[in-house]
Design a protein around this ligand. Structure first.
Ligand code: PGA
Length: 245
C-alpha cells in the first residue's frame, strides 16, 4: 500500500501524520510506503526510522546528474534513504508532458540504481468510452518494456490508475479494475516477464470503505492511495484491509 501525498503537507502536519503511521500495527504484514514531496523525504525518513514503513519519492529526473536546474536525481533519492519511486503518474504525463519515452528512461534509471519503480498506467475517460482502455495501457507498458527488457521488468511495480478515477471519488468497480489487472498480468506474461512476481496496484479514489472490495480480487495486489493517504486513520485502515487479506 503506497501513499502518494502529491504536492501536500508542511513540516508540522507531516510530523503528526508520520507519527501515527509509525505506530501502525499491520506494517509488518504489508509493504507500506509513503511518498512525500522531495523536501519532506528526510523528515519522513527520520520519523519513520526503525518502523516497517518505507519512504519513496513521487518522481525522479530522467538524467543522472549535471546541469539540469530544478531536477532531482535518482541517486539523490537513494542517498536520502528512499527505496521506491513513482514514475509516470498521470499528472506527470498530462500536466508536465512526460512521454512514454521519458517514463521508460526514468524506469530504466531507477532500476539501474536499485530504486523500485512504481510505474503508473491508465486510460482517460474518453479512451475508455471509445473502447481503447486496454490498447492504451498496453502501449504504456510496451514503451517501458522496449527500453527495460523483460528480464528486469519483473522488478517493476505496476499501478493501474484510470485517469477518470483519480481524485474524483469515482472508483473503478472492483470488477472493472480486476479485468484490467488480469489483462496487464497476461500482457506482461506474453511479453516474457515473470508476471506472477509483479505486484499490480490499483489507484484512483481508494478509501477505507472500498479497499477490501478491491483487495479480494486475485490480480489486485495493493493500492496507490492519494487523498486518503493524507489522513492517518484512513491510510491505516486501508493498510489494515490489505493485511487482513
Ligand atoms: P486519489 O489519487 O487516491 O486521490 O484518487 C490516487 C493517485 O493519483 O495516485
Amino acid at each position: 500500500v503506497i501513499g502518494n501525498w502529491k504536492m501536500n503537507g508542511c513540516l508540522e502536519r507531516n510530523a503528526s501524520l508520520l507519527a501515527e503511521l509509525r505506530s501502525m500495527s499491520c506494517a509488518d504484514r504489508v509493504d507500506v510506503v509513503v511518498c512525500p514531496p522531495f523536501p519532506f523525504i528526510s523528515q519522513a525518513k527520520d520519523v519513520l526510522s526503525g518502523s516497517a514503513v518505507s519512504v519513496g519519492a513521487q518522481n525522479l529526473s530522467s538524467f543522472k546528474d549535471g546541469a539540469y536546474t530544478g531536477e532531482v536525481s535518482g541517486s539523490m533519492l537513494l542517498d536520502l534513504g528512499c527505496s521506491w519511486v513513482i514514475v509516470g503518474h498521470s499528472e506527470r504525463r498530462s500536466v508536465f508532458g512526460e512521454t512514454d519515452h521519458v517514463v521508460a528512461t526514468k524506469v530504466a534509471l531507477a532500476l539501474e540504481l536499485g530504486l523500485k519503480p512504481i510505474l503508473c498506467v491508465g486510460e482517460t475517460l474518453a479512451q475508455r468510452e471509445a473502447g481503447e482502455a486496454e490498447a492504451v495501457v498496453q502501449a504504456q507498458l510496451d514503451g517501458v518494456l522496449a527500453v527495460v527488457g523483460a528480464a528486469l521488468a519483473s522488478d517493476i511495480v505496476v499501478a493501474y490508475e484510470p485517469v477518470w478515477a483519480i481524485g474524483t471519488g469515482r472508483t473503478a468497480t472492483p470488477d472493472q479494475a480486476e479485468v484490467m489487472h488480469a489483462f496487464i498480468r497476461a500482457h506482461l506474461e506474453r511479453s516474457g516477464v515473470a508476471a506472477q512476481k509483479v505486484k499490480i496496484l490499483y489507484g484512483g479514489s481508494v478509501t477505507a470503505a472500498n479497499a477490501s472490495l478491491l483487495f479480494v480480487k486475485p490480480d489486485i495486489d495493493g493500492a496507490l492511495v492519494g487523498g486518503a493517504s493524507l489522513v492517518a486513520e484512513s491510510f491505516s485502515l486501508i493498510c489494515a484491509a490489505a493485511a487482513a487479506i
